[in-house]
Design a protein around this ligand. Sequence first.
Ligand code: AMP
Length: 368
Amino acid sequence: MIQLHDKYFKRFLSEKEILLAVQRVADQVAADYKDKTPIFVGVLNGSFMFVSDFLKAYPHPCEVSFVKLSSYQGLTSTGIVETLLDLPDNIEGRSVIILEDIIDTGRTLKELVHLFSNTNVKEFKIASLFYKAEVYNGEYAIDYFGLEIPDRFIVGYGLDYKELGRNFREVYQLNQKHMINLVLFGKPGAGKGTQAQFLKEQYNLQHISTGDVFRYNIKNGTDLGTLAKSYIDKGDLVPDEVTIKMLEDEVAKNQEADGFIFDGFPRTVAQAEALDNFLESKDMKINATIALEANDEVLIQRLLERGKVSGRTDDQDKDKIRNRFDEYNSKTAPLKTYYEEQGKFHSVNGIGTIAEITERLTKVIEGL
Ligand code: AMP
C-alpha cells in the first residue's frame, strides 16, 4: 500500500504485466506498419513512459513526436482546442499513430481527433496502453490497445494522482477500503437532503440526490429532464433504467470522492440490486443504509411548508404527496428487508431538531 497526498493505493499491475501489454501494442502496430515509417505522437504528460518502452519494442523505421493539450482539456470560446505543445509540422501525407497511456471516457481522444481533422495526414490511428472499455463512450473505435482494464482510478507508469506517482514502475489502483458509502432512506420529507448537507461536510462525502439531479435536468431542459418531468409531476417514480443509468454517471463523474451519500436512491429493489452490482464492479460497497423515521402527518406538514418556499409543485398538492407515499410503501419500503438481510439497515428517529437528528446519524456512522 502506498500513499499519495490524502489517498491510499494498492498494487494493480506488475512491471512485467505492463511490459507485456506494451509489447502487445507494439506487435500489433508493427504488423500493420512495417514499411510505412509512421510518426508516433505521444500525448503528454501521462504517456511518456509508455512511449519510451513502446519505441524500444518497435522494430521498424519510425519517428516520434509529442503533443500536450491544455490542462483544461476543453474547447475554448473560439472552438479551437488549446494545445500547449502543438502538432509536429512534418505530418502532411504521413501515417500518424497517437500513443496514449489510457483511454477512459474518451474526452481527450475526442479533442485529439478534432485536432488532427484539420491536417492532411494520410492515416490517423490510436494506440493506447490501457483501455477502459466499460466507460468509453466516444464514437471513434480504438485501433490498438494493450490491456483492457476495469474502471478503477490508477496511478504509476506515467499516470498521476495530483502529479504524484508518475515515476512508479508498477501501476496502482485507488484503495476503496477507506470509503464510506451511505444510503439515506426515508419517505419524502423525512429530512434526507437536510441531513446529507451536514454529513457530507463532516465526512467529506459526495452527496448524490437523484431528485436534485432530475430537477437540475428539468430546469436545463435536457432530454432526461423532459422524460423525468411527466413522472415527477404526478409523484410517480421515474423508470428504473433511466434512474440507474443516471446514478451510475454521477458516481463515475466523482471517481476521487472519499465516499458517497445516496439520497433518494435506491427506491426500488431493482435499483438496490443494480447499485450493489455497480459498486462491486468498482471495488466499492454500501457500508450502511440509515432510515429517518417520521409519521405521515408530520411529513405532510413539512412537505407543504417546503412547497411554499421551494416552489416544488410535487410538494404543494396533498394528492401528489399521498401518491408519493403510496409509491414509497409499495416499491421502496421492501428495501428495508433487502438491507436487513445484508446486516446494513439502521433506523433513526427523524423527529426532533436538525442538530439532534444529525447527532443520531453520526452515532450510527461512528459505530460502523
Ligand atoms: P425527491 O427529491 O427525492 O423527493 O424526488 C422527487 C421525484 O424524483 C420523485 O417523486 C420521483 O418522481 C423522482 N425520483 C427521485 N429519485 C428517484 C429514484 N431513485 N427512482 C425513481 N424516481 C426517482
